[in-house]
Design a protein around this ligand. Structure first.
Ligand SMILES: NC(=O)C1=CN([C@@H]2O[C@H](COP(=O)(O)OP(=O)(O)OC[C@H]3O[C@@H](n4cnc5c(N)ncnc54)[C@H](O)[C@@H]3O)[C@@H](O)[C@H]2O)C=CC1
Ligand SMILES: NCC(=O)COP(=O)(O)O
Length: 330
């Protein structure tokens, strides 16, 4: 049986993206699960193979259809956008623009059905902006490229999964943006995703916004009652197994001991903080609501170690595993 074709974007060439990509794609287990094709710069990937000591042949291909399964070869759609002397660990508008172009090509391949999933290495948001693409991140960029209005960010680890109601906006704006309709749509997207993954009736815990979920009006301005309770009630009325609003700190403790399959976080750091504490190696970022499958590493460009060969590829390997698991049959 053929494994799914996955377009792997190289991310920001000044960061650890090329290193985690070559390390992950040399992993025999990854190659038994999918046929990857990297969208990036072949020369930079060669540099990364040298830095990491990964013994691999890099091969330029015109399209994903030629992608091989063997771990000894990495197939690359070479956009050739980066200068040979691009420094590691420094913000670069050229690398930011290139990272955008890789995602654009990968999304076109996915929308055309030429790959079954996209898996992204990290881009640097400041570089992306400096390169002329003012998107908050991949999620919003892919939503626009795929013609979708709203996408949710899910972080998945073996113990805790979390979906976010808001992500890359300021905290004051996030609280302003949260309303019961957005909370409800996020709950339903999370529930549907876990059902699709095989859970018959996922158990969801919904965080409050304020400390102790407002402690019955002691803290905050009644945001829980106004923005969260109606959404939870509507979802429960439809038979979803949803509890909340819960104190966010307790919600993550309860999820870690197995009481919930998915936590619904109201804003970026509420969901990301607990997941990052579990380690960078196993976390995967999954876009929920796109017409294509997209997974990503759960870490950033790590400019402090880029070019040193120290980058751990665990998150990239897990992101590729999840991409292969979620992808439709080729
Ligand atoms: N999927 C994506 O495209 C993501 C992109 N970013 C972007 O990355 C940039 C840097 O973000 P930071 O907050 O500094 O986080 P970061 O994840 O790049 O770095 C935080 C710390 O973790 C370490 N680290 C990260 N990845 C590692 C790996 N694979 N192996 C070993 N150590 C690793 C770094 O060396 C650093 O000490 C920002 O522009 C941010 O927006 C951040 C998260 C995800
Ligand atoms: N905090 C997660 C992150 O920054 C990744 O965002 P995206 O690029 O996947 O939208």
């Amino acid at each position: 049986m053929k494994t799914p074709l996955v377009a792997v974007t190289m991310g920001d060439g000044a960061g650890v993206g090329p290193e985690v990509v070559v390390r992950a794609l040399a992993d025999p287990e990854v190659r038994s699960l999918c046929r990857p094709v990297v969208v990036g710069d072949l020369r930079r990937l060669g540099d990364a193979a040298h830095i990491t000591g990964v013994d691999v042949e890099l091969r330029a291909v015109d399209g994903p259809e030629a992608a091989a399964s063997e771990p000894g070869t990495i197939d690359v759609i070479d956009l050739g956008l980066l200068p040979a002397d691009l420094p590691y660990g420094e913000l670069s508008a050229v690398a930011g623009d290139a990272a955008y172009q890789y995602v654009k090509v990968a999304s076109e391949l996915a929308v055309a059905g030429r790959v079954q999933a996209i898996c992204t290495a990290p881009l640097n948001k400041e570089a992306l902006h400096a390169g002329g693409h003012p998107y908050p991140g991949h999620t919003e960029l892919l939503a626009e490229l795929c013609g979708v209005d709203e996408v949710s960010m899910m972080l998945s680890t073996p113990t805790v999964k979390v979906i976010h109601v808001t992500t890359h906006i300021g905290l004051v704006d996030a609280i302003e943006r949260i309303d019961d309709a957005l909370v409800e749509r996020t709950i339903r997207r999370g529930d549907a995703t876990l059902r699709h993954a095989g859970l018959a009736r996922p158990r969801l815990g919904v965080c409050g916004i304020n400390p102790h979920a407002g402690e019955n009006g002691l803290f905050g301005r009644g945001e829980e009652a106004e923005k969260i309770v109606p959404a939870v009630e509507r979802c429960r009325a439809d038979g979803l197994d949803v509890q909340g609003p819960l104190p966010a700190d307790t919600a993550f403790y309860l999820a870690s001991r197995g009481d919930y399959d998915l936590i619904v976080a109201m804003y970026h750091d509420q969901g990301h903080g607990p997941v990052k504490v579990l380690g960078l190696e196993t976390g995967v970022n999954i876009s929920v609501g796109l017409p294509v499958i997209r997974t990503s590493v759960d870490h950033g460009t790590a400019f402090d170690i880029a070019g040193t060969g120290r980058a751990d590829a665990g998150s990239m390997i897990e992101a590729l595993r999840q991409a292969a698991a979620l992808a439709p049959s080729p």
